[in-house]
Design a protein around this ligand. Sequence first.
Ligand code: GLU
Length: 419
Amino acid sequence: MTIDLHRLALDAIDHAADELALDGWIRSSLVQPERSLAVQVPYVTDDGEIRIVPGYRVAHSTARGPAKGGTRFHPEVTPEEVAGLATLMSVKTALMDLPLGGGKGGVTIDPKELSELELESLTRSYTRAIAGNIGPDRDVPAPDVNTSERHMDWIADEYARIVGRPSPAVVTGKSLPAGGSLGRDTATAAGCRAVILESAERLGLPSDARVVVQGFGNAGAHLARMLQADGLRVVGLSDSRGAVHHPQGLDVVAVSATKRVHGSVVHHPGVELVSPRDLLALDCEILVPAALEGVIERPEAEAVRARLIAEAANGPCTPEADEVLVDRGITIVPDVLASAGGVTVSCFEWEQNLRGERWSAAQVAERLASKMATALHELWHVADARALPMRTAATVLGVDRIATALEERAGLAVDELAS
Ligand code: GLU
């Protein structure tokens, strides 16, 4: 199901604003983006034709620092979706206490239909179209759905040509030679792993707890491998072609090899095939939706048997499902935290680029784990102190930090007028 992410983000902010009794002007500032750009993106096809598709870049908030967030290439990208995702990024960066705001970009196109050259033409053209709105101290794009380090390298290169100097901090998620950070490729998984282990301990789950991971893309595949290495049993896995189950635990490395060679986890020998819906209802302690938006609706929520859900994907639970899960006492580590590893290491990459530094893989891993643990503890504190579900508490904590920054800025403006 497609969910209206913009509506959801605005409802969540409204709710948090009520909880925090925020002033009207702060509320208004939070429910509309600071800057939003819609552009034409012309690109040249392999046949030499010019085609034009729509593109967007939204800076929802720069109250705490430059806007930050990914760029997706997808046929269903709409301005509303981009605005909703940009809003979620503001909450995410504030919750993680990063010196950044929230943004998002997108191009309405199916990149799977484009050749490599067409993709490069599209990405460079998109960069030229949004160049005036991005920059290391303004708005810093990153990878998202269907974009990866290759696209980020093109953005960095095109931007450098436009401004006439190297400017690697304009975009994160770059390849290492182009100024990327060690650990960025596994960052979402590593961040999610950190919050799962901490939460499992807090809930008193066994050290060999059973895990189901839905989605075997960048986040899901790395995460399943990491959790298995931690001693947890991965009893269920899925990709877009189907789902597999083994009650004693799957060998994740072997399943990855099967997927690499045969194209899907469903070809792995010696496993039980289950439907995508049954996967979510498997007997396990931890469920990780790491695929798409809106995959857990009310019926799935009623069938979930896990005690802990960690949302590695953005928006996997519909609001109705969320209510059911909360009523059933299932702990949810919400997407704004469980998927925040990516933007956190993006922030590290940006800082390294600005200071001309290169951090070791161990430094990145240590700083990421510490950031995730701090955010989780702060979130629990707010959830306990205000008796709120974790998702609401996450928005309250993020919104409170953005509101404080807005108030400080307004105070400065008032001082200036008075002097
Ligand atoms: N697209 C990722 C997200 O939604 C990463 C954004 C970033 O690294 O700036 O969090």
